[in-house]
Design a protein around this ligand. Sequence first.
Ligand SMILES: Cc1cc2nc3c(=O)[nH]c(=O)nc-3n(C[C@H](O)[C@H](O)[C@H](O)COP(=O)(O)OP(=O)(O)OC[C@H]3O[C@@H](n4cnc5c(N)ncnc54)[C@H](O)[C@@H]3O)c2cc1C
Length: 383
Amino acid sequence: MFYRSNDDETMYCDAIGKLLAQVAPVQRVQALDNRKAFDFELHQALAEVGAWGVGVDESLGGSGGGPVLQVLTLEMLGQQATSMAVFGVIQYMATRLLRQFGTEEQKRQYLEPLCSGKIRASFCMTESGGGTDILTTLKTRAVRSGEGWRLNGSKYWISGATRSDLLIVLARTAEHRSRGISMFLVPAQTGGVTATELNTFAINGYDTCSVSLDDVDLPADAILGTENQGFMQVLGTLNSERLNASAVASGIGRGAHRLAVAYAKEREAFGRPIGQFQALQHKLVHAGVELEAAWTLTLGAARLEEEGRDVSVESAIAKLAASGAGQRAAELGMEVVGGAAFDIDMPMQRYYRDIRLYSFAPLTDSMVANFLGERWLGLPRSY
Ligand SMILES: Cc1cc2nc3c(=O)[nH]c(=O)nc-3n(C[C@H](O)[C@H](O)[C@H](O)COP(=O)(O)OP(=O)(O)OC[C@H]3O[C@@H](n4cnc5c(N)ncnc54)[C@H](O)[C@@H]3O)c2cc1C
């Protein structure tokens, strides 16, 4: 609403909008979610319009564009196909890591197949000991073995791992706390890799998994980026991931809000639409204002990032705003829809469940606030 797209962005968004209307009508998305099934058809259709190649140069098999097109894509997916939006965040993370840190051979091997939807990737950092204090909990280790590496350990809460072809795994390669971690490219079929789907209550259309790595032998060129700098290299991409998470959270909130407004116009009580009652009308207006503000912050930060500016503070502000606005919009949606919100065939409950992810991923809102307290407000570190 407050953002004027250029012609390329408008054309691209129109194409995504048409595709979603055709391939991912709400009943279909909901039915797949209820069956905990990944939408392969939508994934492929999005690949064909170039959605999975956004942010990757055409010369590498991508479709060009940058942070703005990525957030526009993810916000639209969040409004309608929430699990596919989460897939998109991981897809863009994987292609970004490969694009920034891959050798020419790694880029050639993986980028085109990822962008064209032939393969999918997972990002494996978190372990069962916890995601926030990751430098303490990360125990997966890679040791030199012959010409290459041998990996042992396990990962937890990994998106998409049972259906991924490629795992990007962070493992300890030296004793230094932060500069002793490397990234590895692990084909999912490698011996010793086992991904198991966890039984979770949300993001049902995209598996969340544990991954065991038992004596996984890798060649020397399986390292992505610089040995022992893997964690620092991942940190460098977190602004983009925060912005992409903000886009999904904004989208989910806007999806819930749109549904709530439509319902408030149709549903009647005491001879009038429930949206005529000021108690609901004002809440819907305030939730809409909050969502517009969050989305404007997200787009503004994405635009700055596209210009090459450091957006660590801006992306953190956008993430907090979008996570809060999205959660409150979904909560209000549940109130407006009343008992029907419990209907598993109605998407409101899905928005309400799925929005939770972005209150703690990729970083919890408390840790984002810690970062802002320190870096934005100049207050002493709180932990
Ligand atoms: C559905 C799903 C998908 C995921 N996908 C992936 C993936 O693909 N790849 C991957 O690597 N990880 C993934 N994750 C993991 C995710 O990134 C972590 O859940 C997240 O980093 C938080 O870690 P935690 O859940 O272990 O919380 P914990 O670290 O156990 O934290 C618990 C609580 O303590 C609070 N806390 C901790 N320290 C502080 C502090 N200093 N100040 C204030 N509060 C604090 C936190 O804010 C939080 O509220 C996924 C998780 C889920 C549930």
